[in-house]
Design a protein around this ligand. Sequence first.
Ligand code: NZQ
Ligand code: ZN
Length: 388
Amino acid sequence: MQGNFVYNNPTKLYFGEDAMKHLTKELAGYGPTVMLSYGGGSIKKNGVYDAVVAALKEAGKTVVEDPGVMPNPTVEKLYEGCKLVRDNNVDLILAVGGGSTIDYAKGVSASAWCEEDPWEKYYVNQGWPSCKIVPVGAVLTMVGTGSEMNGGSVITNHKAGFKIGKVFGSNVFPKFTILNPRFTMTVPQYQMVAGFFDIMSHIMEQYFAGTGDYTTDYIAEGLMRSLIHSSRIAVKNPQDYEARANIMWTATWALNTLLKCGKPGDWEVHMIGQAMGAVTDATHGMTLATVSRPYYRHIMRDGLPKFVRFAQNVWGVRPEGKSDGQVAAEGLDCLEGWMREIGVVMHSKELGVNEENIPAIADATFLLDGGYRTLTRDEVIDILRQSM
Ligand code: NZQ
Ligand code: ZN
């Protein structure tokens, strides 16, 4: 049954090829100093940087440059960003990039004016901001994480061996996000495909939980079907605007707080994937792909009716003359077939997982109880072995 919930998503979206033309006007609502945060330089090659700087100039802003946000942003970079904000009394953090840059910007937003150590306060202890929050705006250049319209901020601490996500409240969500599908066209195929699987995983994490009849599960099925359809087009022709635009929109809805309304969620694939990321620094979406393959086979019997429904409603598996177990397994075969078709990494040994580092990954995995089965550490080790 639908449970109780409060729904409030304050992020304003500007979507489409003309989305950037709104940036100057949007910037007028914030103070004079803007920190421009971005990654390793892709935005300088594809013209997005120039377009953003032109809007900042037109709006008369003083720009504080903050380059070098790495994929899987680190706690050291977070501290660096906090200092930049304080030293320059920044009024707005404008994050231009993928999930890593936006996640990092949210971490800085809630930490810059905070006395305590942010790693301990937010990520280890999952505390809440009690200091001034610096507003964040975003220009998205790579789809997958949903960071453009949620409170998620995932930070990696290599010394501690953990990659931990904090889901901040709506006061830390981006105030606005520019979503221009054209900006995503230069994403390398490997990252593009990893992003596609990340979207699928976000939907499945929320779909494979709960035993009631939830409206959001029907929405989830529609989103998955749209993603499967458009991803098949996009891998063959990454320049197909319609497919890339649909995928961008699907990614946002996959993780912008809608699908979780009034129902439990699983998120164990993400827990194992993030632990794998902490140890190997592998690309997020690829870690999820290698874990999903054995994980869903492992829990299939515990949530059988939902896996049957997944097979029929998402993949069109015909149930006639088959047992529920056969139908469910066929659905997972279809999922794997699609994964191969779009070209995700199927084996975690290609990401740096080996017998030696499996115990460390298992130790860094949080065990959650929202899905169809609560894993033990031994089961995590089994799944990791099968993922290789
Ligand atoms: O750094 P640059 O040079 O910009 O290159 C990036 C990076 O190397 C490149 N890229 C991005 N846009 C591009 C482009 N290259 C060419 N053209 C473009 N238009 O792509 C690479 C990957 O970027 P990144 O931001 O790391 O990827 P993604 O968006 O997948 O973000 C991954 C991070 O988000 C976290 C992950 O754990 C990971 O740390 N997540 C955040 C979530 C959230 N906020 O809710 C949920 C997710 O489950 C996820 O955990
Ligand atoms: Zn994810």
